[in-house]
Ligand binder design. Structure first.
Ligand code: PGA
Length: 239
């Protein structure tokens, strides 16, 4: 099955590094998406189109337009060439206190411009230790998707404890295949058949093959291992 492989560059690289990266990006039958900083999008648009690579933003305003200093609207993202937009990434929830209600509004704004939302959900280490994984996923999905039905969406299961950002020390953890299957099956029980469910949380060239082989996994959201084109190419070619 065709998978979607998303590179989340976060706040890294420069426009010229991004252009060099895109030129070196290998493609196969899978869909490849680059989630780049706002200011890169217009510059990457042309080469992305030539190479059939899709662009994603990493965030969007909850407001449609107006006096909201520092924000970028769904309309602006459409103009900048975005097909997708990440929402509710744990870094945004934790560092910028983004709420599920805000994410609900962001989804509605994106859908008006036919930009597919990629909604990140997942439990923290403490929530996992308390056995709250399913409850957290359910609450996040219910609130984010209130009033939204039968539209194309992507849900990224990103257990916070497995994301490289929140891990200290050498012992980097990623979820086991069993954890991933259980969470993805659970997410699927809430969403329509049009929804793709992807995994993120330290996906790298070493573990990507086994994770992406799972029928429950429609793709991957890759952070740290997407910063070097050689490593993201290895994930693409592994799949
Ligand atoms: P990671 O990040 O692959 O570096 O763990 C994933 C993400 O934050 O989306």
């Amino acid at each position: 099955m065709r998978k979607i492989l998303i590179a989340n560059w976060k706040m890294n690289l420069s426009v010229s590094e991004g252009l060099t990266y895109l030129k070196a990006l290998k493609k196969n039958a899978n869909e490849v998406v680059i989630a780049a900083p706002f200011t890169f999008l217009n510059d990457l648009k042309k080469i992305a189109r030539q190479k059939n690579i899709k662009l994603a933003a990493q965030n969007v305003s909850q407001f449609a337009e107006g006096a909201y200093t520092g924000e970028a609207s769904a309309k602006m993202l459409k103009e900048a060439g975005c097909s997708y937009c990440l929402l509710g990434h744990s870094e945004r929830r934790i560092y910028f206190q983004e709420s599920d209600a805000q994410i609900n509004q962001q989804i509605k704004n994106l859908l008006k411009y036919k930009i597919t939302p990629i909604i990140c959900v997942g439990e923290t280490k403490q929530q996992r230790q308390k056995g709250l994984t399913k409850q957290v996923i359910k609450a996040q999905l219910k609130a984010a998707l209130a009033g939204i039905k039968n539209v194309p969406l992507i849900i990224a299961y990103e257990p916070v404890w497995a994301i490289s950002t929140f891990q200290t020390g050498k012992n980097i953890q990623s979820a086991s295949l069993k954890d991933i299957i259980a969470a993805h099956n659970y997410i699927r029980s809430f969403v329509s058949g049009k929804t793709r469910v992807i995994y993120g949380g330290t996906v790298n060239p070493q573990n990507s093959k086994a994770i992406l082989k799972l029928k429950q996994v429609d793709g991957a959201l890759v952070g740290g291992a997407s910063l070097k084109v050689s490593s993201f190419n290895a994930i693409i070619q592994n799949t």
